[in-house]
Write a protein that binds this ligand. Structure first.
Ligand code: ADP
Ligand code: MG
Length: 680
């Protein structure tokens, strides 16, 4: 009987299998029909011919015309993958993941097999992979292991108009290798008409234009400036929902926090609308949104309902969501700004450029006439917005890129073939920092420390902290901290109705005022002790998802430690050792307390404050190191640890002199107290 049962099971499975297959086939056919409707489709053969004839091609086509999803498939169909993989770079990780997922569906293959993606700390590719979507930063790192990109037959630098730092550096590197790899095809694709500039840079490469389909977009400005753009955006979305004909809404916000706030308020207000009003589906999308939720924005809106997508800049050109008819543009985005004089970097909400505003508006007119609601005045638009966004290379810290280029053996950075060179001052600052971190010697050559640091896909200060942990015998503790820092600010959560509980749970990890870095380590270690328990996370108001990601990153960092031959050792009871490792990487980020409770950075005096979320925000230690600065209402230090000033001179004698760390505050105090303070 058991044999019979077995046979039956097999038989049933086969039936089910073929049923699944036919279902899958019709889904594939439907996708094929969709592919054929894309604006790029009629140009398929012409495009392939152009690629055949030219080594470098600049491709311009409006967002949503099918460049990212179709071109790599066309090339694959034409046989290019027989000679090597096709790389397609994206400035944003979410875009790389989401587009790879889409293309694997269109090709009817499992994601990670023939079609995969590679983003920092997450490699979803295999031996089989032929189409590889990746962040521009990851391709940059691949040069370290394979300077001629021998495993690729085509490199498509996509979204070139975004001009991210990594894309700009890639331009120089791929241009260089294209000279001695005549078989390598290079595609530079862009959504805007700034193609001449790309063509000029790539030795007058031909430009292939994909005519877009565009419907008229009605542009509305506000009559007066909005005091609170978030509130204005929410009100506008609700007004559209209640008064306008069907069609989905896309709202551009600046980041995760803002999007979550908007989501909450929208949910709350739509509840009060009553049953006569259609359902409003709220779909957030931002870089840290968990993968399983990312695909929700692409799901078709059910009949009778309306979708409102709350997105960061990612929806400006990287992702195209079909069915958008209304765009709400508050006119801001979050941008990195960097002061090359002080070497300080900060994220801040900044007005967008006219080019961005135009792109945003265009998102409403893809499938029919659209409407764009700009939450700023026409006067603002014409007089206050820059024409174009400044390329990132001109407004960022270059230390990471300089370290990468030095590891690639590119020494003469001033003469690197930049499309737009960075300010010389910023280059010098980067060299100075790398010298201070002992990654470069006086001649600007890579040191052993520098070579080890370059193995880590992290900011140089973070990699220095890791490399330095060897000396303090706490590498295992430090990589846990580094992993937790890399996850970002999504470890703890604080539900509105349980804020007190959440805060208490969080403060448990801060017992003894150990500082934020050590607290992160304690969170990690405690979770590990529970054998990575989900229940434990719930009880402590900690996001399981973030912890799993931290574990994943930690494991990869452990692998890299092995590669640079640093032993995994734990020293978690010696907090000074851990703090000294942190200081070894972050000594340029030191600050001292001032009399009014604010801090002053030591090297380039600037007033900063401890972020209210820090465990030390009420403690106010005299000397601290911080992980990063964020500018909101004030310039805040986020992730702060106390240090002893003498460490600065001990660890970075070439950077700090005794006079820098003399405690001027204590001098003005009664002698005894001053001494007691500095002894602690
Ligand atoms: P371009 O790169 O020219 O901007 P894309 O290739 O990204 O265009 O987009 C082509 C089409 O594929 C669009 O209609 C878009 O909505 C669709 N698309 C892209 N990614 C996804 C996805 N993850 N899910 C569903 N549709 C997608
Ligand atoms: Mg694209």
């Amino acid at each position: 009987a058991s044999v019979m049962d077995g046979d039956n099971v097999d038989y049933d499975e086969e039936m089910a299998d073929s049923f699944e297959k036919s279902k899958a086939k019709s889904a594939l056919e439907a996708l094929l029909d969709e592919r054929k409707k894309l604006p790029i489709y009629p140009y398929r053969d012409e495009l392939l011919k152009a690629v055949e004839e030219h080594q470098v091609l600049v491709i311009v086509g409006e967002t949503g015309s099918g460049k990212t999803t179709q071109i790599p498939q066309y090339l694959h169909e034409a046989g290019y993958t027989k000679r090597g993989m096709i790389a397609c770079t994206q400035p944003r990780r979410v875009a790389a993941m989401s587009v790879a997922a889409r293309v694997s569906q269109e090709m009817g293959v499992k994601l990670g097999h023939e079609v995969g993606y590679s983003i920092r700390f997450e490699d979803c590719t295999s031996e089989k992979t032929m189409l590889k979507y990746m962040t521009d930063g990851m391709l940059l790192r691949e040069f370290l292991g394979e300077p001629d990109l021998a495993s690729y037959s085509v490199v498509m630098v996509d979204e070139a108009h975004e001009r991210t730092l990594s894309t700009d550096i890639l331009f120089g590197l791929v241009k260089d290798i294209s000279r001695f790899r005549p078989d390598l095809k290079l595609l530079i694709s862009s959504a805007t008409l700034d193609a001449e500039k790309f063509s000029d840079y790539f030795d007058s490469a031909p430009i292939f234009k994909i005519p877009g389909r565009r419907y008229p977009v009605e542009i509305n400005f506000t009559k007066a400036p909005e005091a609170d753009y978030l509130d204005a955006a929410i009100v506008t979305a609700l007004q559209i929902h209640v008064t306008q004909p069907p069609g989905d809404i896309l709202v551009f916000l600046t980041g995760q926090e803002e999007i979550e706030t908007a989501e909450e308020i929208l949910k709350h207000r739509t509840r009060g609308l009553g049953t006569k009003i259609a359902e409003l589906m709220i779909c957030p999308i931002y870089a840290n949104l968990p993968t399983e939720l990312q695909s929700k924005i692409f799901e078709p809106t059910p009949e009778g309902a309306r979708k409102v997508v709350l997105a960061t800049n990612i929806a400006e050109t990287s992702l195209t969501i079909d069915g958008i008819k209304y765009v709400i543009d508050p006119g801001f985005c979050k941008m990195k700004s960097y002061n090359p004089r002080t070497g300080m970097e900060s994220l801040l909400v900044t007005p967008i450029s006219k080019a961005s505003a135009m792109q945003r508006a265009g998102r409403s007119g893809r499938t029919g006439p659209g409407k764009c609601f700009r939450l700023y005045t026409a006067y603002n638009y014409h007089n206050d917005l820059d024409d174009n966004t400044v390329p990132e290379i001109q407004r960022t810290n270059l230390a990471n890129v300089v370290l990468t280029l030095k590891s690639l053996g590119i020494h003469d950075l001033l003469h690197f073939d930049f499309m737009d060179p960075p300010p010389a001052e910023a280059l010098l600052k980067a060299l100075e920092l790398l010298f201070a971190l002992s990654a470069l010697n006086k001649l600007g050559e890579l040191t052993k420390v520098g070579r080890r640091m370059a193995e880590f896909p992290l900011d140089p200060m973070l990699s220095k902290m890791i490399v330095a942990s060897e000396k303090y015998k706490c590498s295992e503790d430090i990589i846990a901290i580094a992993a937790m820092l890399s996850v970002g600010n999504s470890i703890f959560y604080r539900p509105k109705d349980k804020q007190v509980h959440a805060d208490n749970a969080r403060m448990n990890f801060h017992t003894g005022n150990v500082g934020d870095h050590v607290a992160l380590m304690k969170v990690y270690n405690s979770w590990k002790e529970t054998n990575y328990s989900t229940q434990w996370c719930y009880e402590n108001y900690i996001q399981v998802r973030s912890m799993k990601r931290a574990r994943d990153i930690r494991d990869q960092l452990a692998g890299l430690l092995e590669r640079v031959e640093i032993e995994l050792t734990s020293n978690s009871s010696d907090l000074d050792a851990i703090k000294k490792s942190i200081t070894s990487g972050y000594f340029p980020h030191s600050a001292r307390l001032q009399k009014n409770g604010s801090y002053c950075t030591v090297k380039h005096p600037q007033t900063v404050h401890i972020h209210p979320s820090s465990g030390l925000s009420q403690v106010l230690p005299r000397w601290v190191v911080y992980h990063e600065l964020v500018l909101t209402t004030k310039e805040y230090m986020r992730q702060v640890t106390e240090l002893k000033p003498e460490w600065l001179v001990e660890i970075a004698p070439h950077y700090y002199q005794l006079k820098d760390v003399e405690d001027s505050v204590s001098k003005k105090m009664p002698r005894g107290e001053g001494r007691a303070q500095s002894d602690r």
